[in-house]
Design a protein around this ligand. Structure first.
Ligand code: ASP
Length: 348
């Protein structure tokens, strides 16, 4: 090849090369199930039966959600922490391979909000139902209303919080010392509970089935002690969850407001569409959050996890500490996400 030909060829391929980034993870063989946080490992297990039996990704997502919503945890389902008025209000969303989606926000006293979101997706022309309307819809669709009582753990934490009632619903940064307080009380909420659990743990899930179809779901009780009526990213398609069956999917956990401001998961998927690997796509989106307000970003956590159509996956978070679980035929483990800020040394 002469020099001129080589230069022409390079000029032609350069833009392509600059977008075809190397993926960080080893492409997995379908099916694949990815869920946020340590609990994601159990969620993946609960969903795996469907995927390994050649079932649909969307069914695996619902199975994973049902499993975690049934568990008494601080952050998902009716066992979760209440808002500042003492009500447990649930946000959830779901999206399938055909861009069908459904969501509920501020749903009270219903055990399985993600299943209600699925009903919204499958039986209404709408995407999002909120509050009383979502409850009415759930009851009309055979969901049963549950007791109003807080779980024992949530009651304990709420009573503790009520003593000060500082309205600063900050999502913890994992690994930070317990009870950090700055001069305007920005961290008076417990960052970590006595039993070692955290004040958030939204379950974000992505599944790819044997046919290569991708679906996702998110379920949460949201930020502990939030303002009544506050809705986070977990009910917002394009924020807490986005799926594009040609490209892949992303989900998030952390301070929902930051995720909504950046249309977080939609942004991640768009970066993957341009050829960036899942981890780099998550990183570029986190960088936007940081760029928007560096001072604010230092004290909050947001993590994204994404998978592309080839089955490569990766994650990136503002702070060290975000983890996610992956299950394939070969892999069944929890991965640490890459991050922007390293956690300070814990004092506890
Ligand atoms: N993203 C959730 C929210 O803002 C909280 C979480 O991830 O735990 O409600």
């Amino acid at each position: 090849m002469n020099r001129r030909k080589f230069i022409n060829l390079t000029a032609l391929t350069a833009p392509l090369l600059s977008f075809s980034k190397v993926t960080e993870s080893i492409p997995a063989v379908k099916p694949i199930m990815i869920s946020t946080w340590e609990e994601g490992k159990n969620v993946n297990k609960a969903a795996w039966g469907i995927l390994s039996e050649k079932g649909r990704a969307i069914d695996a997502i619902e199975a994973g959600a049902i499993y975690v919503e049934d568990k008494i945890s601080c952050c998902v389902g009716l066992g979760g922490n209440p808002d500042r008025d003492g009500f447990v209000t649930l946000d959830a969303c779901i999206m399938d391979e055909n861009a069908n989606c459904g969501a509920v926000a501020g749903l009270e006293r219903i055990k399985h909000p993600l299943s209600v979101a699925r009903k919204v997706m499958e039986t209404t022309p709408h995407v999002l139902l909120v509050g009383d309307g979502a409850l009415k819809f759930a009851l009309q669709n055979g969901f049963t209303i549950e007791n109003k009582e807080l779980s024992i753990d949530a009651k304990k934490e709420y009573e503790k919080w009520l003593k000060k009632s500082t309205y600063k619903p900050v999502i913890n940064i994992e690994n930070l010392p317990v009870q950090v307080e700055n001069k305007d009380g920005a961290f008076t909420m417990p960052l970590k509970f006595d039993d070692g659990s955290f004040n958030h743990d939204t379950m974000g899930m992505i599944a790819m089935d044997v046919s290569g179809n991708v679906s996702g779901g998110v379920t949460t009780s949201g930020m502990a002690f939030k303002m009544h009526g506050r809705v986070g990213d977990s009910a917002v398609i394009g924020a807490g969850l986005f799926v594009d069956n040609e490209v892949g999917a992303a989900t998030s956990s952390g301070v929902g407001e930051e995720v909504i401001r950046t249309c977080g998961t939609h942004t991640v998927v768009e970066f993957m569409r341009r050829g960036y690997s899942p981890e780099t796509a998550c990183k570029k989106t986190i960088e936007r959050i940081i760029k928007n307000n560096k001072a604010r970003a230092k004290t909050l956590q947001v993590g994204f996890v994404a998978v592309n159509k080839k089955g490569a996956y990766g994650a990136y978070a503002v702070q060290e500490g975000f983890v996610y679980a992956v299950k394939t035929k070969q892999v069944d483990r929890i991965f640490k996400s890459a991050f922007f800020y390293k956690a300070p040394k814990s004092e506890d």
